[in-house]
Design a binder for this molecule. Structure first.
Ligand SMILES: Nc1ncnc2c1ncn2[C@@H]1O[C@H](COP(=O)(O)OP(=O)(O)OP(=O)(O)O)[C@@H](O)[C@H]1O
Ligand SMILES: [Mg+2]
Length: 335
């Protein structure tokens, strides 16, 4: 019998949303909306909204409706999801897709419910939630069906998560509400304190991507950025180096590590030896930071390696979990 409905893996993120169908990523856009505040109307969604960021007149607000990995503005999230689902499936009426949506480990039932409802009302026939770490493990093809320890560390935009998975379920896990956005804030604060220069979030992120590193580099990188002098209020430039960013990131990275440590400490000894042998798999946008694998290896003593498709593996895994949901159902979050 032919497949009756389409099946989507939706990785709903604070910064980016990815959708997988048929084993491929079919959509990847910022989880952003541009809103006309006075008229309470949506002006643009997704990539179009991001392109407006910092370039719009007063009265239009460009925003992220998720905060730290969970929905903060329900209505806007639903609109964005409806827009993305339509983009992938065409105008859905009769043939609504089934969807599997990623949520952070340990979401409250209210937060899980919100993700479920928003995706359902956005035009899905059935919605099932999956923890990010589990989706990532399945997407990366880790042997999680066997009774053995598999460790995933997810470094997202709004939150980070570490989990040990065995026999298709999460054994121990931990979410820390510190992600890439918090790293950008730390960079902006550092530049303000050290150079007396106020820079925007976009500039802070640019510094992280272009010169940032979690560990010292053999060849330092540097970038000149423009900001506003904290005292005079006038535009000024400074050169920021890799060492600067490394220092700025030390604190938020340590917070993420404390979550990873907590997971390792609670891991049953039977699984710990597998994890030491196999290492921990890093994924999420934050895993693209230079030296992050070396950093995690150093501070935890467990070898860390980057997933093959560190960003796409969550959406791809979500779709795969959906296709064999009976195997996983009793380990998925309630909604
Ligand atoms: N090369 C890079 N180096 C460092 N950070 C990066 C790099 N590329 C992307 N990022 C960061 O990754 C983050 C986005 O990651 P991702 O798309 O996994 O998050 P998300 O799914 O939107 O968030 P969450 O799952 O926490 O809700 C951003 O903060 C971005 O700055
Ligand atoms: Mg994510």
């Amino acid at each position: 019998m032919a497949l009756l409905y389409r099946e989507l893996g939706i990785d709903l993120g604070t910064v980016n949303t990815l959708i997988a169908e048929g084993g491929e990523i079919v959509l990847s856009e910022p989880t952003m909306a541009a809103i006309d505040v006075d008229e309470q109307k949506i002006v643009a969604l997704g990539q179009e909204a991001k392109d407006m960021y910092g370039r719009v007149p007063e009265g239009i607000q460009v925003m992220y409706p998720l905060r730290d990995g969970v929905i903060a503005d329900y209505e806007v999230t639903e609109r964005i999801l409806a827009y993305f689902i339509q983009k992938v499936c065409g105008p859905v009426r009769l043939f609504k897709p089934r969807a599997m949506v990623t949520v952070p480990y340990g979401v409250t039932s209210v937060e899980g419910r919100a993700a479920h409802e928003a995706t359902f009302r956005a035009g899905s026939r059935e919605v099932i939630l999956v923890q990010r770490a589990l989706a990532a493990a399945v997407g990366a093809g880790l042997p999680i069906g066997t009774p053995s320890g598999n460790m995933v560390v997810y470094l997202g935009g709004g939150a980070s998560e570490s989990a040990v998975i065995s026999v298709n379920g999460i054994v121990v896990a931990n979410t820390v509400r510190v992600g890439g956005q918090r790293l950008d804030e730390a960079i902006a604060t550092y530049v303000r304190h050290k150079h007396g220069l106020v820079i925007g979030e976009t500039t802070a992120e640019e510094l992280k991507l272009k010169v940032g590193s979690a560990v010292p580099l053999d060849t330092e990188l540097s970038l000149e950025v423009q900001g506003r002098d904290q005292v005079s209020g006038l535009p000024r430039k400074v050169r920021v180096t890799t060492a600067d960013i490394e220092e700025a990131l030390a604190d938020p990275l340590a917070q993420i590590v404390s979550g990873v440590r907590a997971t390792l400490e609670r891991t049953p000894p039977e699984l710990t030896s597998d994890i030491i042998d196999r290492g921990m798999m890093l994924c999420g946008g934050g895993s693209l930071l230079r030296g992050v694998d070396r950093y995690f290896t150093q501070v935890t003593g467990v070898p860390a390696y980057l997933a093959e498709e560190p960003v796409a593996c969550l959406a791809l895994g979500a779709e795969r979990v959906l296709k064999q949901v009976e195997l996983f159902r009793r380990f998925l979050p309630p909604s």
